[in-house]
Design a binder for this molecule. Sequence first.
Ligand code: ADP
Ligand code: MG
Length: 311
Amino acid sequence: MMKPIRETIHHLMNRHDFKERYEAMKRDILNDPHVQSFLRGHDVTDAMLNRHLGKLYEFVQQSKHCERCSSLEQCPNLLKGYTPHLIWQGKNIDVQYERCARKVQEDERKKQQSLIRSLFIPRDMLQASFDKLETDDLGRIEAIELANTFASTYEVGKRIKGLYLYGSFGVGKTYLLAAMANELAQRHIASFLVYVPEFVRSLKSSLQTDAFQDTIEYAKQVPVLMLDDLGAELMSSWWRDEVLGPILQYRMLEHLPTCFTSNFDLKRLTHHLAHSQRGEEEQVKAARMIERIVYLATPIEMKGKNRRIEM
Ligand code: ADP
Ligand code: MG
């Protein structure tokens, strides 16, 4: 790599028109309005200019890229997403790089996205937001309002109840959770959105692994936990008593809000939680679980048309 560059420079230096080309380049640089305003008011000798022409050239090239910028993706600058500034270091000229507006915005978006962790939630669902949300159905307005209030006022450490959103298939329960997660992320609050039926299935196969322990630990401690479609999972006393119970217990004691969605109202959820696949009937344990849910979340019904596109 080094040899060709040295050869190129050598070639350039030996050209008889080198001096002219150099002067032309210098003129171009000094004609740049940003360079002019930077140099204005400073006592700049020709020797200084020659010494710093490389820096000025770099600035002009890089800032031209910025002026013609079409997207962060296509940024050709030395440091992608960084825009040059000329600065004086005593009597020396230097170029400093700062994040451009697009890069700042993108970094912020990524930071927010990293605050939303999810398991088994479709990617496009995670784009939900209160801005895009339609509020045509009267049966959902109360739920949407409560969800919006929660997401836009909750502060970490504040004692506040989450929501238990219930209603039939396709009324937009999961969508509303995702909108809450996004609103919370904009306010720099982390959330964990879990699709329960798939979660329970996957727990069985990852039992005893570190990943399993980490997930459970995160579900306990995340500022806002959102359990989507509770009641649609395959019920087992193991899931209820060894996993869900301890998570909810921990969150109750630590005053960490938790949101749920379900096709079932609390009465039907009690029934679901009381009947494991093995045919055991455990009313007391189910009732205890419902107590925790009610402690953590306010039940609210969502009504309206099925918004799922029939296939
Ligand atoms: P549920 O979880 O209650 O079964 P979903 O949240 O999956 O329902 O919503 C069903 C479909 O309707 C999804 O495709 C979702 O993107 C869309 N949807 C739900 N609520 C809204 C809304 N308020 N505005 C626009 N689209 C919505
Ligand atoms: Mg759903």
